[in-house]
Design a protein around this ligand. Sequence first.
Ligand code: CA
Length: 220
Amino acid sequence: MHILIVEDEEAVAAQLREVLIKERYSCDVSHNYRDALDLIDAKHYDLILLDWNLPDGDGLSLLSLMREEGTNIPVLMLSAKSSIDDRVTILDAGGDDYLSKPYSNIELLARIRALLRRDATQKQTLLRCRELTLDLKSHEVRLGEEPVALSLSEYKLLELLMHNKNIVLTRYQLNDHLCQDYNSLKQSNLVDVHIKNIRKKFGEADIISTVRGVGYTVRE
Ligand code: CA
């Protein structure tokens, strides 16, 4: 897990880094707004610890900018400001959590774990393959930004294929997933019909590949 610490007070940043490294997080430190922005653009982070007051800008506008640009990295804001208004401002700007200084390291680590857990759960509900996304919670299927309306059987087939990305599934496995009646599925070409319909709905997007004599797969 990679964490970015944005904190202008060098002693505070160093101490924070030490605490996180002891917990086996890998850390980068930025002491100002400009460097933080460059690092966020250049590298992947799982979480950002963001100080509010920075010498060349403020953490809150950095947070707003990130959210405007569609960056969804969880942000835990750290600040001496602690009024209810301040907390509301942070949450409204797209902050995920807030801790007022001085804080205890135990609480900080617990909040970091909670944010990383929450983020992991959210990521698991979305299956992706190239421009296709499938939301396991809402059952929404999208090609790029465009929603695609699938029947329940079509959705079930696509979901199984997406869960097994790059693995070829046989017609029998796919059929079995759709219905439990062995005799009816043995004679049925139901899977082929559904796949044909899904492809029609996907138009130009060539998401599902046929593996001749075996079955189907989606490949990255
Ligand atoms: Ca500061």
